[in-house]
Design a protein around this ligand. Structure first.
Ligand SMILES: Nc1ncnc2c1ncn2[C@@H]1O[C@H](COP(=O)(O)OP(=O)(O)OP(=O)(O)O)[C@@H](O)[C@H]1O
Length: 343
């Protein structure tokens, strides 16, 4: 039974050396038992683990590093963000360890507190499976948590000493040139993969914590030529889930500048998905259209019947503007959503 399970996991993702239920793993010289998988991405698995002696539960993200220095650096950067960002709505790690396995491949292990209530995605799915809507209270409070986290990132982690401790090279080295005139704005980070699956629910279900920092990069990123444009586009398609990806990341053009407004587009998609149970551009695909085309033409509509205030629908519209400069800031959205919460 167990070997069938292992084979199944390995056939789903043969690139990753997976752990089995009841496997033992040593971290910080302490033994933990693997209880079950919690999630899976392109190069990582997340497991629920339990301390063998005291029974405390944690989540463990095991990232397979691509061969070469670049692979381990990328995984360690993700870990470093989890270590150094200091905000209530950004997931903080408890421990990081690099281990080399028998096959010679290196894995970065990041240990987190376990969020037993799951993710916003799971609640949204359950609600809409019952043909009910998520309550206004949750829609607004999750939005506020996410926006506070984005505001912190977009301001470059201003509440921490982050700038003093991080190296100042580009996070994902695409050869994208820094613009020396706008040096101050380099403090800006973009999450790069904002989606309901990356919003973990704390014990008080109205609070959501943003995770998955593997896609974070510095902005503004000035795209100076065609090869940089292609590299950036590839990076976005690898890291940013398509249904939440901003149009400027589908066709990156030389001479353009990618900014934190790409996260604001994703926020608009997340807000829509929480309200209606599906992403804004999915309908076009179910009618035979292309998702990329629908996104790049901002082809979406709202259901005719729903319980939400028109002002909330308007905020989604503002976030889903094709021109990034016309999208609002996290700060503006926080202000308006706070007003709605108090009304
Ligand atoms: N601390 C945690 N507590 C509980 N569940 C978690 C925790 N961290 C992650 N998960 C679960 O694991 C899933 C994947 O986590 P994460 O996004 O970090 O991995 P990933 O490999 O980068 O995934 P993807 O590539 O799909 O974004 C989450 O959607 C969530 O369901």
């Amino acid at each position: 039974m167990q070997s069938f399970f292992k084979n199944t996991w390995n056939s789903i993702n043969p690139l990753i050396s997976s752990l089995l239920n009841n496997d033992l793993i040593v971290l910080k010289n302490e033994q933990y038992k693997v209880l079950q998988p919690l999630g899976e991405g392109g190069y990582a698995f997340v497991y629920l683990i339990e301390h063998v002696e005291n029974g405390k539960k944690f989540a463990l993200k095991k990232i397979k590093c691509h061969s070469g220095r670049e692979g381990i650096q990328k995984a360690l950067k993700e870990a470093k963000f989890h270590e150094e960002f200091n905000h209530s709505y950004l997931l903080k790690s408890l421990h990081v360890e690099v281990q080399k396995e028998a096959d010679g491949v290196q894995y970065v292990h990041i240990m987190f507190p376990f969020f037993q209530k799951g993710t916003v995605a799971q609640i949204v799915q359950n609600q809409h499976a019952k043909s009910t809507f998520v309550s206004k209270r949750y829609v607004l409070s999750w939005s506020l948590c996410l926006l506070q986290a984005l505001k912190y990132l977009h301001n470059g982690g201003e509440e921490s000493e982050f700038e003093n401790t991080m190296d100042t090279t580009n996070l994902i080295d695409l050869g994208v040139e820094s613009n020396p005139v706008k040096k101050k704005s380099y403090k800006c980070y973009i999450h790069g993969d904002v989606k309901p699956e990356n919003l973990l629910l704390s014990n008080d279900v109205s609070n959501a914590v943003l995770t998955d920092f593997g896609s974070i990069y510095r902005v503004p990123s000035v795209i100076s030529d065609n090869s940089q444009a292609i590299a950036f586009q590839d990076m976005a398609s690898e890291n940013c889930t398509m249904s939440y990806r901003a149009p400027e990341l589908f066709h990156v053009r030389p001479g353009s500048t990618i900014t934190e407004k790409a996260d604001i587009w994703s926020f608009g998609c997340v807000l829509y998905a929480i309200m209606f149970g599906y992403t804004p551009f999915e309908k076009q695909v179910s009618q035979g259209g292309s998702l990329a085309l629908a996104v790049c033409n901002a082809q979406y509509s709202f259901p005719s019947k729903h319980p939400y205030h028109p002002a909330l629908v308007d905020l989604v519209r503002e976030c889903l503007r094709l021109n990034p400069e016309q999208r609002p800031s996290a700060e503006y959205l926080i202000h308006h959503i706070t007003e709605m919460m108090n009304s």
